[in-house]
Design a protein around this ligand. Structure first.
Ligand code: CU
Length: 136
């Protein structure tokens, strides 16, 4: 009886270790991909922003305010597992200057801002997600 319990216990331990290794390997690969993409983007849509709360700590778009020279590009990347968008204006008052449409996870969106001004934007799927581009 005791022998049986020991064998079952050992087998379970081995399975847990194998699962642990598989999970840690796959997350390492993801992190590498993520950090590579962070370098290319100016503004990140981080994980878990599809639920309210990010606006309280100003982390729906990171950074939520970006200042660029006119003629320069701004690139956003969706690092969340949900769809997001970069859409000009506010949820209640879109301006139709630009709209990325639904961005898939890890999809990016690049815009060139030629005219100086303040450009508010938001996510059409998550009204609490708001950001701003200031072009000088
Ligand atoms: Cu969103």
């Amino acid at each position: 009886m005791l022998k049986k319990i020991t064998i079952v216990g050992t087998t379970v331990m081995i399975i847990i270790i194998i699962i642990g290794l598989v999970i840690s390997n796959s997350s390492t690969a993801e992190n590498f991909e993520e950090s590579e993409l962070i370098i290319q983007a100016d503004v990140i849509m981080p994980t878990k922003v599809s639920r309210p709360g990010c606006e309280e700590i100003d982390r729906c778009y990171i950074p939520s305010l970006i200042v660029v020279e006119s003629g320069k590009q701004v690139t956003w990347i969706n690092e969340d597992s949900a769809f997001h968008s970069v859409t000009s204006g506010f949820y209640d008052a879109p301006t139709e200057l630009f709209d990325s449409g639904h961005l898939d996870p890890f999809e990016s969106y690049t815009l060139t801002f030629d005219e100086t001004g303040t450009y508010d934007y938001f996510c059409t799927l998550h009204p609490w997600m708001e950001g701003q581009v200031i072009v000088e």
